[in-house]
Write a protein that binds this ligand. Structure first.
Ligand SMILES: Cc1cc2nc3c(=O)[nH]c(=O)nc-3n(C[C@H](O)[C@H](O)[C@H](O)COP(=O)(O)O)c2cc1C
Length: 243
């Protein structure tokens, strides 16, 4: 009891973000004990630069999936422009054969662009990943499925363990399968031991759900754009805490 009380007092003294026995200990190694004691006394955790990656799995470069992800990334940067770096990767135009993950060889003349993505996918600063897909027949695109299958390689070291994951889907209809698509992609992200978040408040559902009005434009879809903003913000907020 006495110990519990003393511990609580200590935690109050160093601030509530102190799931921080770990944070303070890690910080001590990086910044030196006195600097950490100073920030702890001020009730803060030392800010760390993190990277949020958005990956568009639409085969159409620069179209609605990538537009939605740009909205997410802008909202992520707005959380802390000094410490949150963002990048959009578009898989459009890349050859990502999914069959390799099942142990099959490349087909004749087939190339594999997946290995060139690995340095970015395993960047130590990477703290959050947002995967975006167009809805194809009520589910993710073929490029998304192939990419997720190839990520099996990350499970060797669980390189995405505890990275924050969010998902975005764009469909031609307002209710064209966005939520099903989000859930399918999330299942693969759970397989990477990621920490999944949805779009944050006030929308607060399972991710960003956007509607392409047939003119390759999402800007008319105000509620959908709001989910993209809330997803980007939520991924950045949680990623900062995790880091
Ligand atoms: C093969 C294919 C299947 C599609 N299936 C659906 C669908 O099931 N529901 C839907 O609402 N839209 C469907 N669409 C429309 C796309 O989801 C929509 O145009 C999306 O905005 C495309 O994303 P992009 O602009 O990033 O390429 C389909 C499009 C294609 C090419």
């Amino acid at each position: 009891m006495q110990n519990d009380l003393s511990r609580r007092k200590f935690l109050e003294a160093v601030g509530t973000t102190v799931a921080t026995g770990a944070t303070v200990a890690a910080g001590a190694a990086v910044f030196g004990t006195s600097a950490v004691a100073a920030v702890a006394a001020a009730g803060q955790t030392p800010a760390k630069s993190i990277k949020i990656l958005a990956i568009s799995t639409s085969p159409r470069k620069g179209k609605t999936t990538s537009a939605g992800l740009k909205v997410c990334l802008e909202a992520a940067r707005a959380v802390d422009s000094e410490h949150v770096e963002t990048e959009l990767i578009e898989l459009a135009g890349m050859s990502i054969p999914g069959a390799l993950s099942a142990g099959l060889p490349l087909g004749p003349g087939e190339k594999d662009d997946f290995p060139q993505l690995l340095p970015k996918l395993t960047d130590p600063k990477l703290a959050g990943i947002i995967i975006g897909s167009p809805v194809y027949f009520g589910n993710m695109s073929y490029l998304c499925a192939a990419f997720l299958d190839r990520l099996t390689v990350l499970r060797k070291t669980f390189a995405w363990s505890n990275k924050v994951g969010g998902v975005l889907a764009v469909a031609g209809a307002r209710n064209g399968g966005q939520e099903q698509t989000l859930r399918s992609i999330q299942a693969a992200m759970f397989g990477q031991e990621m920490v999944l978040v949805g779009d944050g408040r006030p929308t607060a559902h399972c991710g960003a759900t956007l509607w392409n009005n047939g003119k390759d434009d999402i800007s008319h879809d105000e509620p959908g754009v709001a989910t993209a903003k809330n997803l980007g913000r939520r991924v950045a907020e949680v990623a900062r805490r995790m880091a």
